[in-house]
Design a protein around this ligand. Structure first.
Ligand code: URA
Length: 217
């Protein structure tokens, strides 16, 4: 998968019919919660696998049961996930399914009622996060406000931008531009780039409120 021009560092999942079918289900307003969860989880798994594809490996040779040598690779470095509460937590299991015993941190950002700007309320991150490759988890990249603030927290904790991958299910050009203007070297891994945002800053066509659909209705 190539990075998308003009969106350098944006990696869009292969737009296969399989993937389109999954998005058709989760975007459908008539899809019930159990199906929404099942099919969103399938997309999340694909995003995690794609994220893992970008991490460094080193050549490794093993001997097989047929006494032959197999020249492969082994993974280098430690990983952790950081979810933006609440919707990002939906992506944690997909990461755990692919990386056994992976460490997971959390960041809570909410709108400050007085200023209407995003505000950091809570962070809990692995002590050694600066030594890890970080998968930032948030399913919807709309304006980019929360993701930018969460990424600033990671950078302050010493994580190098090139070690961060931001995984989301749907984004739009406005969100990508806002995020990339601040963090040009961070990889964005996504499954869909939507037309834009509506007056309430929801992605369109989008799927509505991801957290509500995954956790509530
Ligand atoms: N968050 C959501 O859940 N949905 C959107 O469309 C935008 C942000």
């Amino acid at each position: 998968m190539a990075s998308l021009e003009p969106f350098k560092n944006v990696h869009l999942l292969n737009q296969s019919n399989q993937l389109l079918g999954l998005y058709t289900i989760i975007r459908d307003k008539n899809t019930k919660r159990p199906d929404f969860i099942f099919y969103a989880d399938r997309i999340i798994r694909l995003l995690v696998e794609e994220g893992l594809n970008h991490l460094p490996v080193m050549p490794t040779t093993v001997e097989t049961h047929t006494m032959q040598k197999f020249e492969g690779v082994s993974f280098l470095g430690k990983i952790c996930g950081v979810s933006i509460i609440r919707a990002g937590e939906s992506m944690e299991q997909g990461l755990r399914d692919c990386c056994r015993s992976v460490r997971i941190g959390k960041i809570l950002i909410q709108r400050d009622e007085e200023t209407a700007l995003p505000k950091l309320f809570y962070e809990k991150l692995p002590q050694d996060i600066a030594d890890r490759y970080v998968f930032l988890l948030d399913p919807m990249l709309a304006t980019g406000g929360s993701a930018i603030m969460a990424t600033e927290v990671l950078i302050k904790r010493g994580v190098k931008p090139e070690r961060i991958s931001f995984l989301n299910l749907i984004c739009c050009e406005e969100g990508i531009e806002a995020y990339r203007a601040r963090f040009p070297d961070i990889r964005i891994i996504t499954g869909a780039i939507d037309k834009g945002l509506d007056e309430n800053k929801y992605l369109v066509p989008g799927l509505g409120d991801f957290g509500d659909r995954y956790y509530c209705i």
